[in-house]
Design a protein around this ligand. Structure first.
Ligand SMILES: [Zn+2]
Length: 117
């Protein structure tokens, strides 16, 4: 097994341990397939729950952003669709607040229009 040459110092102290894991797996996938450069998600992208029994539309992306920005940046990129959806906290895993299903999968987000993307 090779380990990434990433020290604790290199990781922002602003990130939660879970966020660090997400970034590490994301960087690993980028190194595995460098041709697959991340396209930013366009402004207005709707993030929805991937669970078939739930499938609720959750957040709207208020400006174009990459996967890492959406998942890790502590600013209001994801705006709840309606008042029933709690505001997203960057300190918590990006998951459906209603059923707990993860909204991320190997560097992709689950969008209402295109599914995993
Ligand atoms: Zn859900």
């Amino acid at each position: 097994m090779c380990t990434l040459p990433l020290t604790r110092r290199a990781l922002s102290s602003q990130q939660s341990p879970l966020a660090s894991v997400v970034v590490l797996s994301y960087k690993q996938s980028m190194m595995d397939s460098p041709a697959a450069l991340p396209e930013p998600y366009p402004q207005g992208t709707i993030i929805s729950c991937p669970a078939t029994s739930c499938g609720v539309r959750l957040y709207r992306l208020c400006e174009a952003a990459s996967f890492v920005e959406v998942v890790l940046q502590d600013k209001k990129l994801l705006v709840p669709i309606n008042a029933a959806i709690p505001a997203r906290s960057v300190w918590e895993a990006l998951a459906c607040p209603l059923c707990g299903t993860a909204l991320t999968d190997e560097g992709r987000l689950h969008t209402a229009a295109y599914g995993w993307r």
